[in-house]
Design a protein around this ligand. Structure first.
Ligand SMILES: Cc1ncc(COP(=O)(O)O)c(C=O)c1O
Length: 447
């Protein structure tokens, strides 16, 4: 008998192996003394304890409502919450809002990651292709790999995917016979995780135009992941991708209350083109036939009471201060080191940093070990690039200003600068080899 237990694991288990997100989450939670500039969590001190307590009290005060909240809901999700989400989305889009959206197009999920999974299950067969920005949300890359599909990065600048670059990529895929396998372009239009880029309005129109022209074999969808739309600290909001979707059949909007309210409640949502609603709900029926109803009722209560809107305002003020603290600390500590660049995001939770090319920020590189010795953690940027192309972003990192206090941000950045400085010095001295005993003592994930 074959004793290798892995031999009975599915192909999907193999495709899923080695994803970095759970390890990164575990490091952040298991090492309270480490200053994690890696975790994309929200600041614990801002979590809406009072809002949630008040909403639960209200929900439980009426026995009829209370029982409904504690019962299973529908696969589609709570109607009241879907109405509130749709109204809020249309209000945010102002006079460009799509007024032809139907409530049936709005579905609720257990966080928006679940919706991304359901979309992958609905749209992708093994060998299919999704185009993504470079860099992009690292968990999405795992979701694509999980179904045996491929993510292909498109040329990207500080405003997101470049329309001409998407066009060129599609042309090359057509020449090599792969165009029929392209199912979607995935993008984070507001404050991309990891690099903070927001796609300007004109570019939104241009990207949709490219996809429309290249939808020769079938419709190429645009998955717009709006996880950070409400976390804007500077400048006016931009209308959502669906406002520029001429036929209203291409853009899939996904959203979540995880960043703007509470990840513990974990309610996500989607506004789908009509043709996708049934197939996505069929997938969901097989997964959980409805996400936790209590969490949905809670969110509906919080939105109705105005507690959500107050909370978002408070978050915007808090994170604006933290963003500025991080930018100042970057200037103070990284600014004095050679050839280090970072971008100024106008929202979201992340700062994207590019180091000199010779610095390997990856898990096998010296910098991560030096950083751990200093007691600071970052996300290696290479995780955010589609892996089946040549290694990319090996000199980049994602820093988050979400979790740490202002003091934590300042001291984390000082520690990071010391780690970078030592790594740069080691890169520029002829190799004496690493110092195995000292570096080996830095463990990535102490138990
Ligand atoms: C771009 C992006 N999309 C989706 C999510 C998932 O959020 P949730 O599943 O908690 O709704 C995250 C979380 O970090 C994210 O950064």
């Amino acid at each position: 008998m074959d004793k290798d237990v892995t031999s009975c694991f599915s192909q999907r288990a193999r495709w899923a192996a080695g994803q970095p997100i759970s390890e990164l989450m575990a490091q952040a939670l298991a090492n309270p003394e480490l200053i994690s500039l890696a975790a994309g969590f929200v600041d614990s001190s801002t979590l809406p304890c009072d809002e949630v307590r008040r909403a639960v009290e209200k929900l439980m005060a009426d026995p009829h409502q209370a029982r409904a909240a504690l019962q299973y809901g529908t696969t589609h999700g709570d109607r009241k919450l879907r109405e509130l989400i749709l109204a809020q989305w249309q209000a945010a889009d102002g006079n460009l809002a799509r007024t032809d959206l139907d409530l049936e197009q709005v579905i609720l999920t257990a966080g928006s990651n679940q919706l991304l999974h359901l979309l992958a299950d609905t749209l992708l067969d093994p060998g299919d292709i999704v185009l993504t920005a470079r860099p992009t949300y690292l968990v999405f890359l795992g979701i694509v790999r999980n179904v045996g599909a491929r993510a292909i990065g498109v040329p990207t600048d500080e405003d997101g995917p470049i329309p001409e670059g998407v066009e060129q990529t599609l042309k090359e895929l057509e020449q090599s016979g792969w165009l029929p396998r392209v199912k979607a372009l995935y993008l984070v239009p507001y404050f991309n995780n990891p690099c903070g880029a927001t796609v300007p309005q004109q570019r939104r129109v241009a990207l949709l135009d490219v996809l429309a022209r290249w939808s020769r074999h079938h419709l190429i969808y645009l998955i717009a992941d709006n996880a950070y739309r409400e976390l804007r600290y500077e400048g006016p909001d931009i209308a959502s991708m669906s406002c520029f979707d001429q036929e209203g059949d291409r853009v899939i909007e996904t959203g979540t209350f995880s960043k703007s309210f509470s990840p513990g409640v974990r309610v996500g949502w989607g506004i789908l083109p009509s043709a996708l609603v049934r197939p996505v709900l069929d997938q969901k029926g097989n997964v959980d036939f409805g996400s936790p109803h209590f969490a949905q009722k809670l969110m509906a209560q919080v939105l109705q009471d105005g507690g959500y809107q107050r909370h978002v305002k408070m978050l915007q003020a808090t994170y604006q201060e933290k963003l500025h603290a991080m930018l100042q600390a970057a200037e103070q500590h990284l600014g004095k080191l050679p050839n280090i660049k970072w971008r100024h995001p106008r929202g979201g939770l992340y700062l994207w940093v590019e180091l000199p090319e010779q610095v390997d920020t990856g898990p096998g590189g010296r910098l991560l070990q030096e950083a751990l010795l200093e007691g600071v953690l970052y996300v290696p940027g290479q995780y955010c690039f589609p892996a089946d192309q040549r290694p990319e972003g090996t000199n980049t990192m994602r820093l988050s200003f979400g979790v740490q206090s202002i003091d934590g941000i300042q001291s984390g950045m000082a520690k990071l600068a010391r780690a970078i400085s030592r790594t740069l010095a080691a890169c520029s001295t002829p190799s004496r080899g690493q110092e195995p005993s000292r570096l080996a003592s830095a463990r990535l994930a102490p138990q």
